[in-house]
Design a protein around this ligand. Structure first.
Ligand SMILES: Cc1cc2nc3c(=O)[nH]c(=O)nc-3n(C[C@H](O)[C@H](O)[C@H](O)COP(=O)(O)OP(=O)(O)OC[C@H]3O[C@@H](n4cnc5c(N)ncnc54)[C@H](O)[C@@H]3O)c2cc1C
Length: 401
């Protein structure tokens, strides 16, 4: 009999299902579209071992003013949607105060430190090595002042957390990435980050190793979740009703919607992001973040993928890819970008919690309802870490963290 239903087959749900299976559980994974088709498909494909501190909300007046007047391409907002964001944004601002952010980073850095090790175990199990590069990624700066600030911050992160980086001058960056037409004032090369050529394919490869070992995957509707009087959980799938003693909510940005039906209010800062692939030959060897313009260029199987920063808009607002248009213009200064591969840009949402930590554990008022969501900017990185942590918690085993 199925012991656990995992709702959501993104990186977080797939990793949770795999780890439960390793702990001896019989597991059914349920998703309404398929495996790795949403946020875990559309991201920049970075496994960020260097991301030891979560993205805090900018608090300096200079930064806030740049966002307010639309000068920053990192963050954009739709004024009409701001009332809906107010409560989570206020909490996010509160948690982002330096003292609180430092405390949160102490926990976050432990997850980041485990990320590449935990991915490695799943990569080996899935024979997915061909999708992964272990050469880091680079953050390019365009002016000396910004580079001096970035270097000082990188030195601090190295001193506090032992994260390795290398400074590259403009000529060293140009030599490392001959496809670049200009190399700004150089780059910081974060050495212990990995990147993948197709994030959706890596999620699918992990899922295949789950089904190869006897797990099942069904197309189904998580919003049909209900608890029987006996305490067990049921959900409707195309193959019929699934029932299990335990269920895990790993629905990424859609998790609060389901949990509201059970009386829980999890405020989420929904940061939308866009991507598009471009034909590009010659292309980059590894991903590059253009810090001045707030986007990442990542070489992927479908082309050079440009991903944007955060957009605050209403949950079902139409696509407004202005940040992508600006990123594309900036990218064309750096590299010979060809035509876009897709007719329309992809759009997804980073599921960010105001306290910047994912929600991992048992739901406070429902027995055997487990939660694993809210991984924000780094869910592709952290899925295997919190997947293992939750599976061990559910199994009463020693935690990974
Ligand atoms: C532009 C962008 C760039 C990013 N870059 C990076 C990066 O480089 N590195 C990194 O670590 N992170 C990155 N992230 C963040 C990362 O992609 C997410 O944190 C992560 O993918 C979340 O994974 P998840 O499994 O929680 O959610 P998802 O991958 O979204 O999975 C949730 C699943 O739930 C399913 N679902 C939803 N509702 C229902 C329902 N009612 N019934 C059944 N199924 C349902 C969906 O179909 C989906 O498959 C980026 C995000 C964006 C938007």
């Amino acid at each position: 009999m199925t012991q656990a239903i995992v709702l959501g087959a993104g990186m977080v749900g797939v990793s949770t299902a795999l780890h439960l299976q390793t702990c001896g559980w019989s597991v059914a994974l349920v998703d309404r579209t398929g495996v790795g088709m949403e946020t875990s498909y559309g991201n920049a494909g970075l496994i960020q071992g260097e991301a030891v501190e979560p993205y805090g909300m900018p608090r300096k007046l200079r930064q806030l003013w740049a966002i307010a007047r639309g000068a920053s391409n990192d963050v954009r907002y739709d004024l009409r949607s701001l009332p809906g964001h107010f409560a989570p944004l206020f909490r996010y601002w509160w948690h982002s105060a330096p003292k609180r952010h430092r405390r949160i980073s102490a926990a976050y850095s432990q997850m980041a430190a485990a990320a590449t090790r935990e991915h490695q175990a799943l990569i080996e199990r899935a024979s997915a090595d061909h999708l992964v590069r272990r050469e880091g990624f680079r953050v390019m700066e365009r002016d000396e002042e910004a580079m001096a600030a970035a270097l000082a911050d990188a030195e601090r992160v190295r001193a506090e957390y032992g994260v390795a980086f290398k400074f590259l001058s403009a000529s060293e960056l140009a030599a490392a990435e001959p496809a670049l037409k200009q190399a700004g004032v150089g780059a910081i090369h974060w050495l212990n980050a990995w990147s993948v050529s197709d994030p959706g394919a890596l999620t699918k490869a992990y899922a295949k190793s789950f089904t190869d070992a006897g797990g099942t995957i069904s197309i189904g509707e998580a919003l049909s979740l209900r608890q029987k009087a006996s305490g067990s959980w049921q959900v409707d799938t195309q193959g019929g009703v699934l029932e299990a003693e335990h269920t895990v909510v790993a629905l990424g940005p859609w998790s609060p919607e389901l949990l509201r039906r059970f009386g829980y209010n999890y405020p989420m800062v929904r940061k939308r992001g866009y991507h598009r692939h471009y034909r590009c030959q010659p292309t980059l060897h590894i991903p590059l973040l253009d810090a001045a313009n707030g986007y990442v260029m990542a070489p992927m199987a479908r082309g050079l993928r440009i991903t944007t920063g955060a957009e605050l808009s209403a949950p079902n607002a139409p696509s407004t890819p202005w940040q992508l248009e600006r990123a594309e213009r900036a990218a064309r200064e750096l590299i010979s970008l060809g035509e876009p591969v897709e007719d329309q840009p992809w759009l997804g949402t980073r599921p960010c919690m105001p306290a910047m930590l994912p929600v991992v554990g048992q739901a406070p008022r429902h027995k055997n309802l487990w939660l694993n969501f809210g991984h924000g900017h780094q869910g592709f990185t952290l899925g295997p870490v919190t997947g293992r942590a939750l599976a061990e918690l559910m199994s009463g085993e020693q935690g990974v963290l």
